[in-house]
Design a binder for this molecule. Structure first.
Ligand SMILES: [Zn+2]
Length: 91
């Protein structure tokens, strides 16, 4: 017997997938996704800022930068916790 797919957040069974993660409908609602008009407004805002500052990231560059930083932060915290776990087994 196989285990049912479960939501990453609340662990309820679900087959809904977003970006490779199982997410139930209630947790999708709780994520409070930006509407397209908000995304468009932010893209326009970044575009205007970039016109005044060549070093300014555009919106997609900023989103990619934030995703990379998020992943680096996740890995740092995971390594730290794995170190604690390893030390707890040895001391
Ligand atoms: Zn959920």
């Amino acid at each position: 017997m196989t285990q049912p797919n479960t939501c990453y957040k609340c662990h309820e069974p679900t087959d809904n997938q977003l970006h490779g993660y199982f997410v139930c409908p209630d947790c999708i609602t709780a994520l409070a996704f930006h509407q397209d008009n908000t995304i468009q407004r932010n893209r326009d805002k970044y575009s205007k800022m970039k016109q005044n500052d060549l070093f300014q990231r555009d919106y997609v560059e900023d989103v990619n930068f934030r995703l990379k930083r998020l992943e680096e932060d996740y890995i740092s915290k995971r390594i730290k916790l794995l170190h604690i776990k390893e030390r707890l087994e040895q001391i």
